[in-house]
Design a protein around this ligand. Structure first.
Ligand code: PRP
Length: 210
């Protein structure tokens, strides 16, 4: 077996690494170290730790055979990759939210939407016939409606704690999100058995945790 696997950093990454370790194939990964590449020499698997949004880029360009990315990123990038397996981790929702008690959807005026996911937000509101103006941000999205930069936000809601702590609430849930195992088409063609082996290990672990 010879595989390169792209793993995201952050919350989804921590859950992914825990899962890989419990399958027995991720023991070489040391999340506390500053290293970004880890090798399981016995099984010939190389793991790369990447920013969440970059996992898809590395997989799509063939640098990684397999990757774990949030469905939120997969939807946003609409890349030329295969979505092979929906994981039982990284579960959250992509939602429209705003200041508590100030629901201002389905308005005739142009809605100002702050988000890290501009393409997904555009598609969603277009399907509803709502005109919007996108304000692209890279983090701390919740600040935008509070400070008057936007009317609403489109963002990930997991526990809901960030919204609550900032006086915001969900107006509408848009999509269910979870971790997704992705591959590029060439790797899937030539390393199908190895890829399926890893997915099968993860699927079994998922079943245990269900
Ligand atoms: C994400 C998201 C919310 C928060 C939601 O941000 O953008 O801010 O998590 O989680 P919760 O519902 O459990 O509170 P992240 O932690 O990735 O940081 P960022 O704002 O820098 O993107």
């Amino acid at each position: 077996m010879s595989l390169t696997v792209a793993i995201p950093k952050g919350r989804l990454g921590t859950q992914t690494i825990k899962m890989l370790k419990s399958t027995g194939i991720g023991n070489a990964i040391d999340e506390k170290s500053r290293k970004l590449i880890f090798k399981d020499n016995e099984r010939n698997i190389k793991f790369m730790l990447l920013k969440n949004s970059d996992v898809i880029t590395y997989v799509e360009n063939g640098i990684a055979d397999l990757g774990i990315a949030g469905k939120d990123m997969v939807m946003e990038k609409e890349s030329d990759i295969y979505e092979l397996y929906k994981m039982n981790i990284g579960k959250c929702k992509l939602s429209v939210a705003g200041i508590k008690g100030k629901k201002i959807l389905t308005d005739d005026t142009i809605l100002k939407v702050a988000t890290k996911f501009p393409e997904t937000a555009k598609r969603y509101f277009k399907s509803k016939g709502q005109k919007i103006k996108i304000i692209k941000l890279n983090g701390s999205i919740e600040l935008a409606p509070i400070l008057g930069l936007s009317d609403v936000i489109v963002d990930i809601v997991e526990t809901g704690n960030t919204l609550k702590a900032n006086g915001l609430e969900v107006f509408e849930d848009m999509y269910e999100i979870s971790g997704m195992m992705i591959s590029n088409k060439i790797s899937y063609k030539f390393k199908r058995n190895e890829i399926k082996e890893v997915i099968e290990l993860i699927r079994k672990e998922d079943e245990k945790n269900d």
